[in-house]
Design a protein around this ligand. Structure first.
Ligand code: CMC
Length: 429
């Protein structure tokens, strides 16, 4: 008997099956041979919310949730955050290797060449209401980009695909900043490509009048590091959406818009916004015990706590806590930090959170930094989407080049009515 296998006995029939095991997984379709009657469909796995299903083989990001490990292409996130720029990490995620100086220079200049958007994109964005949520604008505008680049549909041309990759990475900060300027009624600011990727984004956000914008180096670096921390996180909800939608062979702008829509939700990229709203709602340290009591009674969640994968600590949260200190030295302490620290202290000692392995995640402190830099809360999920675009595209390309991947199409367990005959409307009760 092959040792790398499972032996399964079906007690309904007494039959035994040998199912090969590779990478600690069994191939779900190998279970289909397990049948009671010849014309049965065959055994499936039932896995709502993909709690224990590997969707693909991937060499982009490694996470060990129990040990609190996150690596991009093998490199620990802590080292990348310390030594790299976001564009360097974006190159790594997309190409598999860290760039040489020449490669980074070329990559940076190519991305910068694609930071401008068509004037009609600007006009399209101006059509949104003054109070439109910037993430809603972001999702719609990224989808609209596909109409400006019809060749993006030619997804199996490596050359054309590369062009869309550069366009997406280059344009998402511009779309994000325009969405913000729309809400403030300020004129949109065009890209300034003499600045860094992140410095230019800050300029498009905050530049006022005709003076050139000079980002504060500490804030620019902090935001760049936050971009690194958010660049990929393997098969989270939005990346799964990117792969699923992309598996229909739609263009990458439409698939990215779908991924961004998934990120918008408060259980995913919308959580950093929800954390700030929660801290506002708590208002004062004295209210924390009552708030925690409410959470434990099921009246709401402690936003920024808990993770599907990390059950020990989120390594990104550790880096962010340190970053917060650098930023607050420049901007002054965000008064909500004290509420957050006390919330964390109380929650980490509470049996409810200990038993369920609930720890602060990346979103618990990132919002406080964003707010200190000057971003309004509605921009928080958009700030997540800018760097995550690199991860989404890397997964999309990996999926397209993976011969094992087909259009995503899960199965269901049907629990509805058995066959019944049509009833004319006058006879229905
Ligand atoms: N506050 C209070 N209770 C919680 C929380 C929380 N933040 N998170 C999970 N629980 C409880 C949950 O009610 C359940 O309790 P019980 O066993 O009594 O029913 C138990 O812990 C297990 O939770 P779950 O909902 O089964 O866990 P999940 O893996 O499905 O959900 C999660 C993961 C991140 C959606 C969830 O922890 C959550 O909603 N957290 C708050 C939102 C948040 O911060 N999201 C950002 C995630 S990190 C950034 C990203 O990847 O987007």
């Amino acid at each position: 008997m092959n040792k790398d296998s499972l032996t399964i006995t079906d007690n309904r029939t007494g039959k035994t099956y040998e199912i090969p095991v590779a990478n600690d997984t069994v191939h779900a379709t190998d279970l289909r041979q397990i049948k009671v009657k010849d014309d049965d469909f065959g055994m499936m796995t039932y896995d709502p919310s993909f709690m224990n299903t590997a969707l693909c083989k991937s060499s982009i990001t490694f996470i060990d949730g129990d040990k609190g490990i996150l690596r991009y292409r093998g490199y620990p996130i802590e080292q990348l955050a310390e030594h790299c720029s976001y564009l360097e990490v974006s190159y790594l995620i997309l190409h598999g290797e860290l760039p040489t100086s020449a490669q980074l220079e070329q990559w940076t200049s190519e991305v910068k060449m694609h930071t401008f958007v068509h004037e009609n994109i600007k006009r399209l964005m101006q059509g949104f209401r003054y109070d439109a949520h910037p993430m809603g604008m972001f999702v719609s505008t990224v989808a609209a980009l596909s109409t400006f680049y019809p060749e993006a549909g030619d997804i199996f041309s490596e050359e054309k695909r590369r062009k869309q990759v550069l366009r997406l990475i280059g344009k998402v900060p511009t779309v994000a900043a325009f969405a913000y300027r729309n809400s403030t009624g300020m004129p949109y600011v065009y890209p300034d490509n003499d600045l860094t990727f992140t410095g230019n984004f800050l300029s498009m956000m905050f530049r006022a009048g005709s003076n050139r914008y000079k980002p504060h180096p500490v804030l620019e670096q902090a935001l760049d590091k936050l971009f690194i921390l958010h660049a990929d996180h393997e098969l989270n909800c939005s990346t799964t959406a990117m792969r699923n939608v992309g598996s229909s062979h739609v263009d990458p702008f439409s698939a990215t818009a779908a991924a961004a829509a998934a990120l918008y939700g408060p259980l995913h990229g919308g959580a950093n916004e929800a954390v700030l709203r929660m801290l506002d709602h708590i208002g004062d340290i004295s209210q924390i015990p009552a708030f925690i009591k409410g959470v434990k009674a099921g009246e709401g969640k402690l936003m920024g706590f808990g993770h599907r994968v990390y059950k020990n600590f989120d390594p990104r949260a550790n880096v962010i806590k340190k970053l917060a200190e650098d930023v607050f030295e420049v901007t002054g302490r965000n008064p909500k930090l004290d509420i957050a620290l006390e919330l964390e202290r109380i929650a980490l000692q509470d049996d409810y959170f200990i038993k369920r392995k609930l720890y602060p995640n990346v979103d618990f402190y990132s919002g406080l930094i964003y707010q200190a830099i000057g971003f309004p809360v509605q921009m928080f999920p958009v700030l997540f989407a800018i760097p995550r675009t690199s991860g989404w595209i890397a997964h999309w390309q990996e999926m397209l080049n993976d011969a094992e991947q087909k259009i995503a199409r899960p199965r269901q367990v049907y629990i509805g009515s058995p066959k019944r005959d049509f009833v004319p409307i006058e006879k229905r009760r």
